[in-house]
Design a protein around this ligand. Structure first.
Ligand code: C5P
Length: 240
C-alpha cells in the first residue's frame, strides 16, 4: 500500500479517512484483537466445508476501533472484503490456523472480539491429492474443532472478552449459557432467521448480554453502528 504524497486516495477512502480523523479517540491505548469471517476446513486441495459468513461484522468492529484510536489486529478468515487501512490483518483459512494466530497474539491483547464464524468440525482425513469422484455413497468423518473463545476464557486475566452467538428460537437462554461457560464479558446475540440481518447483510439486529446481567436489545442498525455500541461496552469493561 502506498502512503504519503503521490498516491491519490479514492473518494470513499478519503471520506473514511475524514470520518476517522473526526472521531474522538476514546479507545486510545487499547490493544484490540478481532476475528472475522468464516473458516475453511479442507477435505482435499479443492474442496472444503465452510459457512456463509461475510466477515462484515468483525471488519466493522476493527474499523470502528481504529477510528476511535485503538491499536487493532484483525485475524480474518477468507472474505471478499478489502483489508482495512490502519489495521494489521492476519489472513488464515482453517480453524486451527485461526487458533494459532489468535493465541499467538493473546498476550499482547487487552480485549478480544471474536466475531469469526469458526467451523465446529473439520474432516478427520485430509487428502493431499484431489479425491476422484466415485459413484458410491461416501461417508465423511468429522473431528470437533477446538473452541478458541473458550480457551481464551480459561486464561482470561484482565482482558475484555466478547463473543457472538447465532441463534434461532430459544436464543436468549443459550446465549446466556455461552456467556457464562466461555467466561465472557459480553455476548452479541444474532438472530439467524430474520430477514435482512445477520450473515452477509449490511445491517444487524442484535441483543447484547452482559456478564453483570444487563440485556440490551438494539434496534436494527448498520453493522458499523452495532460495532460502536459493542466498543462502548468494551471501553466500560476495559476501564472498569
Ligand atoms: O458455541 P458457539 O459456536 O455458538 O459460540 C460462538 C462464539 O464462539 C463466537 O464468538 C465464535 O467466534 C466463537 N467460537 C470459537 N471457536 C469455535 C467456535 C466458536 O472461538 N470453534
Amino acid at each position: 500500500e502506498g502512503e504519503g504524497w503521490g498516491r491519490m486516495l479514492e473518494p470513499e477512502e478519503l471520506l473514511e479517512r475524514l470520518q476517522a480523523f473526526l472521531t474522538p479517540k476514546d479507545l486510545k491505548g487499547l490493544k484490540l484483537l478481532v476475528s472475522a469471517g468464516p473458516t475453511r476446513e479442507y477435505l482435499d486441495p479443492v474442496r472444503y466445508l465452510s459457512n456463509p459468513s461475510s466477515g462484515r461484522m468483525g471488519y466493522a468492529v476493527a474499523e470502528a476501533a481504529r477510528d476511535r484510536g485503538a491499536e487493532v489486529v484483525l485475524v480474518s478468515g477468507p472474505t471478499a472484503l478489502p483489508a482495512p487501512w490502519g489495521v494489521e490483518v492476519v489472513r488464515v483459512e482453517s480453524a486451527l490456523e485461526m487458533r494459532e494466530a489468535i493465541l499467538g497474539r493473546y498476550s499482547w491483547a487487552q480485549a478480544v472480539v471474536m466475531a469469526a464464524a469458526v467451523a465446529d468440525y473439520r474432516p478427520a482425513e485430509v487428502s493431499r491429492e484431489k479425491e476422484p469422484k466415485v459413484a458410491a455413497e461416501k461417508v465423511l468423518r468429522l473431528l470437533p474443532n477446538p473452541d478458541i473463545l473458550k480457551e481464551l476464557g480459561e486464561n482470561k486475566g484482565p482482558r475484555v472478552l466478547v463473543g457472538f452467538a447465532m441463534e434461532t428460537g430459544e436464543g436468549l437462554a443459550r446465549a446466556k449459557e455461552k456467556l457464562l461457560r466461555k467466561n465472557l464479558d459480553l455476548i452479541v446475540l444474532n438472530w439467524v432467521n430474520r430477514e435482512g440481518v445477520g450473515f452477509g447483510s449490511l445491517e444487524n439486529e442484535v441483543v447484547l448480554l452482559l456478564r453483570d446481567g444487563r440485556v440490551l436489545e438494539l434496534p436494527r442498525m448498520k453493522k458499523r453502528q452495532v460495532a460502536d455500541r459493542i466498543l462502548d461496552l468494551v471501553k466500560e469493561f476495559w476501564k472498569g
